[in-house]
Design a protein around this ligand. Structure first.
Ligand code: SF4
Ligand code: SF4
Length: 208
């Protein structure tokens, strides 16, 4: 089973965060099990590994508001020091065009709170080449984990929109979560920088 990220104080203050972290835990656990089964079935190792990052370049990253909120929270409340400064600089427009806004020095700066799609997407055989769209060049090597966990994940996410429990199932079946999706890079990400600065000032004042 994958390890769940835990931030008890923050989760007590933000019930949405606890649900999002539960959802990521469900997704990671299912994705890991799916990947193990798929690896055994194919008899080849998954190509994804540390330092591999071409999937973070020139990609559309669909996210719901709560995935963005999770990134927003993590960048403001948990990141600190050089890591936070690096992300601020990146979000303000310093960095290579085409790379994900959260890719800093070749690494995902918000890895524990990265969106579902980044957790579930895998490629077999060999790593993606720079600029390669694997879905076009060798779709057979693409593997998305946790695809059977959609309903379980919906039960974590849909109620965050204020939906009553009796409506979760039919809304899930009607594609509610997909309709809530937005492209990560079309969002006003520089707002996160303002929030990071405000939070840093608040923390400094509290500790003074
Ligand atoms: S999806 Fe491609 S680039 Fe991304 S980690 Fe896997 S092999 Fe590497
Ligand atoms: S959020 Fe992180 S893992 Fe996802 S595309 Fe951006 S840098 Fe890559």
């Amino acid at each position: 089973m994958a390890e769940r990220q835990t931030y008890p104080e923050h989760e007590a203050r933000h019930p949405w965060l606890a649900r999002l972290l539960d959802a990521y835990h469900i997704s990671d656990t299912a994705s890991r099990a799916d990947l193990e089964r798929e690896t055994a079935r194919r008899g080849v190792a998954v190509a994804c590994g540390p330092g591999c990052r071409n999937c973070c370049v020139d990609q559309c990253i669909p996210v719901t508001e709560f995935e963005v909120l999770g990134i927003w929270w993590y960048a403001s409340e948990i990141l600190a020091g050089e890591a936070q400064a690096g992300l601020m600089q990146r979000l303000l427009g310093f960095g290579e065009v085409g790379e994900c806004a959260f890719l800093v020095d070749g690494r995902c700066s918000v890895y524990p709170l990265r969106p579902f799609v980044c957790r579930q997407y895998h490629v077999f055989s060999k790593p993606c080449a720079p600029g390669e769209n694997v879905s076009e060049t060798r779709n057979r090597d693409v593997f998305r984990g946790a695809q059977d966990s959609g309903r379980e994940l919906a039960w974590q996410i849909i109620p965050l929109y204020g939906v009553a429990e009796e409506n979760v199932d039919w809304l899930f079946e009607s594609g509610y979560v997909s309709r809530k999706g937005k492209h990560l890079h079309t969002l006003p990400l520089d707002n996160i920088v303002m929030h990071m600065k405000t939070t840093a000032h608040r923390k400094k004042a509290r500790n003074a």
